[in-house]
Design a protein around this ligand. Structure first.
Ligand code: ADP
Length: 495
């Protein structure tokens, strides 16, 4: 039997996880469950909030059982979540009015384009740090209000509640007693003014959203709620919340100006800490709230690449060139750097810094000698080149990371990290625990209940496992980047 523990819930895009941590923030046990992705039509992606809730309750109970701890031993709960995904529910019954609209969903693209044509983008960027894009919650919520029968009337009568996934989970965990979110999740809704730190009345008018729908915004370590569900002890505090990428930066102890983390899961998300300054990007990166801790808001500059680990899944499931993602490492090591073939995995357009929804993937430079090994290696290289493009954008915006801390599933691949360090010409550092996201959620909860006394203790606890130092000549780097840039240019443009 273990004594007191911290429970972290990581509600992700394809699965929900629960991890039980001991009081020193070492993970003891975890459980994970996938849930259905719903694709009602082209470009639409939904989740059933009830399926999300069922998966969260199942993994929580399973993780506690595996760790052999009673619910009463949970000192505090931390939550991290897929960001931007939008849920609308009935305050009385707690029942969602419709499926959640997932961050990947593009159904509001035309509406966003029309607002852009009307000249609203600058205002949106100035207030929220975000681009006027379907990615964020505002236009998804408007869509629900406009298309679910009776929703708008009921919303104006104050009968409904909006939330990102964190808010929905806290509502359920507290049996409807708390309608709250944290500043990092709020900063991804496109309704929150990140400078004045409040819901923005002008944006609410623009998107036609009644303020009564919105949750209260709190710092990341707060008394968000106490649990009232049968699978946990009543009154267990929910003490920490952060959106998944911000939680990863916290898990990586990226508390100082310039510290940068890059998470390689399905996609790649990079955030640089810009301190108290909401740095405005001249290179199409996003400005976001990285954390609200100890009475201090820290901003971040964020860039995302849509396809990272999912390119490994493509090699495995569609091209059938590998049997498992980790196999890519041995193949690349045996092949060596590929300098003639470039894979551009723009399967769903290109993210930062290009933001080209019309780009599509390509393999450039094939010759008679190109093999399976060439393509596998070139695909790994592509993820590093895409990271390079983000780092260049950050450097131009005035942030030059001295080291990039990496995490996520793909960070297990040593060859990839060696190549990445070479291409970035910057050391790449991997922590002992590459599950930074869930560690970030646990850290916030631990801070709130005093198990950890301050963020300086989190920084002390962070442990480097290995530093990958750049070992690529500038000639090779230059040649590779020129080849990459040429390959990307061939995928661009409307079609
Ligand atoms: P997510 O949280 O987005 O589901 P994870 O952080 O669990 O993602 O990482 C899983 C991804 O990492 C998968 O897309 C998988 O293909 C990729 N991956 C896992 N191990 C390796 C490896 N050794 N080399 C390359 N890719 C890997």
């Amino acid at each position: 039997m273990n004594d007191r523990v911290i429970l972290a819930i990581d509600q992700g895009t394809s699965s929900s996880r629960a991890v039980v941590f001991d009081r020193t923030l070492e993970p003891i046990e975890s459980a994970q469950q996938e849930f259905a992705q719903i694709y009602p039509s082209s470009g639409w992606v939904e989740h059933d909030p009830e399926a999300i809730w069922a998966s969260v309750t199942a993994v929580t109970s399973e993780a506690l059982a595996k760790a052999r701890v009673e619910p009463a031993a949970v000192t505090a709960i931390g939550i991290t979540n897929q960001r931007e995904t939008t849920v609308l529910w009935d305050r009385k019954t707690g029942r969602p009015l419709a499926n959640a609209i997932v961050w990947q969903d593009r159904r509001t693209a035309k509406y966003c384009e029309s607002l852009r044509r009307e000249g609203y983008e600058k205002k949106v960027i100035d207030k929220t740090g975000l681009r006027l894009d379907p990615y964020f919650s505002a236009t998804k919520l408007k869509w629900l209000l406009d298309h679910v029968e009776g929703a708008r009337e009921r919303a104006s009568r104050g009968e409904l509640a909006f939330g990102t996934i964190d808010t929905f989970l806290v509502w359920r965990l507290s049996a409807g007693h708390a309608h709250v979110t944290d500043a990092t999740n709020a900063s991804r809704t496109m309704l929150y003014n990140i400078h004045e730190r409040c819901w923005d009345d002008e944006l609410l008018r623009l998107f036609d959203i009644p303020k009564a729908l919105l949750p209260e915004v709190r710092p990341c370590a707060s008394d968000f709620a106490e649990t009232r569900v049968e699978f946990l002890q009543d009154g267990t505090p929910i003490g920490g919340i952060a959106g998944d990428q911000q939680a990863a930066l916290i898990g990586q102890a990226g508390f100082e100006h310039g510290m940068t983390k890059s998470t390689y899961g399905t996609g790649c998300f990079m955030i640089a800490n810009t301190g108290g300054e909401a740095l405005k990007s001249g290179n199409q990166l996003l400005t976001t709230i990285a954390s609200d801790l100890d009475g201090q808001v820290t901003y971040g500059l964020e860039g995302s690449v849509f396809v990272a680990g999912s390119a490994m899944q493509w090699l495995r499931d569609e091209l059938r060139m590998i049997e498992t993602a980790p196999e890519s490492e041995a193949i690349a090591r045996a092949t060596g750097i590929v300098d003639d073939v470039y894979v551009v995995p723009a399967f769903a357009g290109l993210g930062a810094p290009y933001w080209d929804p019309h780009a599509r993937g390509a393999i450039v430079g094939l010759s008679r000698g190109s093999s399976r090994e060439t393509i596998v290696t070139a695909t790994l290289q592509a993820i590093a080149f895409q990271t390079h493009d983000l780092v260049v954008a950050m450097r131009e915006d005035g942030i030059s990371p001295a080291v990039v801390r990496v995490d996520g599933g793909m960070a297990a691949n040593d060859w990839f990290l060696e190549f990445l360090a070479g291409v970035l010409d910057t050391p790449v550092e991997r922590p002992v625990n590459i599950e930074s996201t869930v560690l970030g959620a646990a850290s916030l909860a631990a801070l709130q209940v005093g198990v950890i006394e301050g963020i300086e203790h989190l920084a002390e606890r962070w442990q480097s496992e290995r530093v990958f130092t750049p070992a690529m000549t500038s000639d090779v780097r230059g040649q590779l980047l020129a080849g990459w840039s040429d390959a990307v240019s061939r995928t661009r443009g409307a079609r």
